[in-house]
Design a binder for this molecule. Structure first.
Ligand code: ADP
Length: 724
């Protein structure tokens, strides 16, 4: 088993790490080839987009402490002095050069003959503003810090999709994402996948929802204990919607759950506690990985090659009744540990209480750990988790941005919190819809007096994530590629890393500065990447000054390995098809009946009366446990439960996932026949000479009537014509 390295290794120089990094990078690249996996990635502390919740009362709460300034906090943070210019001033150029630059580079685009930069509305960026500004300067895009009357290409929101009425462009949040990653919703979504694919989804600790499943929790724990007397579990109770360790406590027995008071008003998730985490320097740590959900349909996922590791500040011991309340030993939250006297601020990426994930991988690699395997496990955890989240996200999406109505397209950076177990298996702790993009940290000048100072480690990782997300979402990219075919996206490190932009006196002796100057891939302070010189004039390539993109595509790249898991996604497509009214997220009884009829699921053993009873039973139960009481009807999770029930009845003897897959195949088959029938009817009814008609979303035909082909498979599944 791998153990934490001794204390003195904390002070080890970057040179050693850099050497290991090179090895780590090449291994990671190999890993990609092997499983179909890329290297990269790590993470940081949750900055809630949600409001702070009251703490749970009871025996072992996280102690009330002053909080580090976090996302959503109203507390104004003292700003650090403005950062030095990111792009070194260019030498004086001739008029000819300038004209060329205006017309070809510097973020200015051709659009119907005129030139314009990509425009970004940053008025709602909140605490991600500093990192966003740096990114925009690097990209030479145009920022609108107070918004704009005309539409922008991109809207950057600090918190949620619903900050604004946006009718076009792209927004960096998906509707419903905040709801989807709440602890209870995430646990439910993952549980459905665990029921279908227990082996594949064993990266999420067994969880129960309180108070609803308290009796189930008690019964299941008792059952396992009865079967294995040596099992001495620990559980962690986490309030729903909480963040930064808020209200979290550990228990040894179900009877220790605080059932009264807060639990009724604030439900929670109780989860098996991972007792044997991997330790470094005897400390527990977790990983914050940044994941870009670039598109929902088709699914596109990217993972950042680096992230952050957040360390506890008290040496770890397996939980026992004496240490159960030791927050600094068991919880890795930055917002908690920053208040420990043992928190180490460091400008080095490989030391201190917050480090880059790549530095952890280097360390592990130098100890002989197979980091290719670690990476491929992490990538598969991320893809599987996103696969669990997307079905309901699609329901939110069609409700907020119905097909045929004007609206923006969406993308989102997610923060994945992952714990490596002692055996190096990654376990998912949670997903954050609004990972902190702050690039400063609190520094305690004297007891109780804090100042915000720039955090090099945060800036290094987060600016790259935001900048490269923007590059991937560049709305004019296709045009750019047409106009600048000589673009060299994979040039390495053309922007000096943060450390190189700090004054040398400030970084004197810092391991980061040593690291950068000696890093084999760092072209500074040397000459430009010779590959770029092929373009002749750097102005001919608007991204010539940028480093290679730090986000690696993992889906659809590895779709082949994971597509079989997307059963609930296919169920969601059926669900959406029968939803009927635009804007709704719940299926009415008529919609459910139509689903049964159109898919030919009723029979002598399943009458329509039985279908109605099934609908009422399941819907009533789900409506009593879900928080969303906005409209009545059957939510997606209830539909999934009904679907499982129908699949089990129809395809007895098979394992659940095969039963479900068979029923989906059957439904899709009948619906495709129906669609074809409609198409044929439509053709025969249409006068020969008339051209194909585009579907008018407000007058879509009812079920049984033709669905014109040109609306496409995707739109077809979103169309509401199935209701009759
Ligand atoms: P929050 O959103 O409040 O930060 P998390 O789910 O991230 O809640 O949990 C907070 C911290 O508790 C994590 O960073 C991790 O250190 C620890 N933790 C959470 N769940 C587990 C678990 N199942 N096993 C071990 N440690 C856990």
């Amino acid at each position: 088993m791998l153990r934490g390295s001794p204390e003195r290794e904390l002070a080890a120089s970057w040179e050693a790490d850099a050497a290991a990094a090179a090895a780590a990078k090449s291994q990671a690249a190999e890993a990609e080839e092997q499983l179909g996996v890329d290297a990269g990635a790590a993470g940081e502390p949750e900055r809630p987009a949600r409001e702070e919740q009251p703490k749970a009362a009871g025996p072992a709460p996280v102690p009330a402490r002053p909080r580090a300034a976090e996302e959503g906090d109203a507390r104004p943070a003292r700003r650090p002095p403005p950062a030095p210019p990111l792009i070194p001033p260019r030498p004086a150029r001739t008029l000819c050069h300038l004209v060329k630059a205006r017309s070809r580079g510097r973020g200015y685009r051709r659009g119907s003959g005129s030139l314009r930069p990509v425009t970004v509305d940053s008025s709602k960026a909140r605490t991600s503003l500093d990192a966003l500004k740096i990114s925009l300067r690097q990209l030479r895009w145009k920022e609108f810090p107070f918004g704009r009357r005309l539409p922008c290409d991109i809207y950057w929101h600090g918190v949620s999709f619903h900050d604004n009425d946006i009718l076009s462009g792209q927004v960096n949040k998906f509707p419903g994402m905040t709801e989807m990653v709440r602890k209870i919703t995430l646990s439910r979504a993952l549980r459905i996948m665990q029921n279908l694919f227990p082996e594949e989804y064993n990266f999420y600790p067994r969880s129960w929802i309180l108070p609803d499943e308290f009796q189930l929790f008690v019964a299941q724990v008792r059952m396992v204990k009865d079967g294995d007397r040596s099992w001495k579990p620990t559980f962690i109770v986490k309030p729903d919607g909480g963040c930064q360790g808020d209200g979290i406590y550990l228990i040894k027995d179900p009877s220790d759950v605080r059932l009264t008071g807060t639990l009724q008003s604030r439900p929670a998730v109780v989860q098996e506690y991972i007792c044997k985490p991997l330790l470094i320097d005897k400390l527990k740590f977790d990983i914050r990985l940044y994941v870009l959900l670039k598109s929902l349909d088709p699914l596109e996922i990217y993972i950042a090659k680096d992230g952050l590791s957040r360390f506890c500040t008290e040496p770890y011991q397996e939980p026992n009744s004496q240490n159960l309340h030791h927050v600094f030993m068991h919880l890795t939250n930055y917002s908690l540990n920053i208040h420990s006297g043992k928190f180490i601020h460091s400008d080095s990426a490989s030391t201190g209480s917050k480090r880059t994930f790549s530095s952890i991988l280097c360390k592990l690699s130098s100890k002989g750990v197979d980091i290719k395997k670690v990476w491929s496990d992490i990538i598969s955890l991320v893809i599987k988790t996103v696969i669990a989240l997307t079905p309901e996200l699609k329901v939110f999406y069609q409700s907020d941005i119905p097909t045929g109505r004007p609206g923006p397209t969406c993308f989102q950076i997610l923060g994945f919190d992952i714990l490596l177990m002692k055996n190096l298996k990654p376990m998912l702790l949670e997903v954050n819809a609004n990972p902190s993009m702050r690039i400063e940290h609190e520094y305690e000048l004297s007891p109780g007096v804090f100042e915000n100072i720039p955090s090099l480690v945060d800036e290094e990782v987060k600016v790259a994530v935001i900048r490269d997300t923007l590059r991937l979402m560049d709305p004019l990219k296709k045009k750019k590629e047409k106009h600048f075919p000589d673009i060299c996206m994979d040039r390495k490190h053309r922007v000096p890393p943060v450390s190189d932009r700090m004054s040398s006196s400030k970084l004197k002796g810092s391991s980061l500065s040593v690291a950068r100057s000696q890093h084999p891939e760092n072209p500074f302070p040397g000459k430009e990447d010779p590959g770029c010189e092929l373009t002749g004039d750097p102005d001919s390539n608007p991204e010539a000054h940028l480093p290679s993109i730090c986000l690696k595509q993992v889906f659809p790249k590895y779709a082949k390995q994971f597509n079989y898991l997307r059963l609930v996604d296919r169920m969601a497509n059926l669900f959406i098809r029968f939803l009927g009214i635009k804007g709704t997220m719940k299926l009415g009884p008529t919609g459910f009946r139509t689903f049964i009829r159109n898919c030919k699921l009723s029979s002598s053993s399943l009458s329509m009366a039985a279908v109605d009873i099934l609908y009422i039973d399941i819907t009533r139960r789900w409506n009593s446990v879900t928080l969303d009481q906005r409209d009545s009807g059957m939510c997606l999770q209830a539909f999934v439960e009904a679907f499982f029930f129908l699949a089990q009845r129809k395809f007895k003897m098979l394992p659940l996932h095969e039963q479900v897959a068979s029923l989906i195949d059957l439904c899709e088959y009948h619906l495709s026949l129906l669609d074809e029938k409609r198409l044929v009817c439509g053709r025969s009814r249409r006068p020969q000479s008339s051209p194909p008609q585009e579907v008018n979303p407000t007058t879509q035909p009812a079920a049984g009537s033709p669905a014109p082909r040109m609306i496409g498979a995707n739109k077809l599944s979103h169309s509401r014509h199935a209701l009759s």
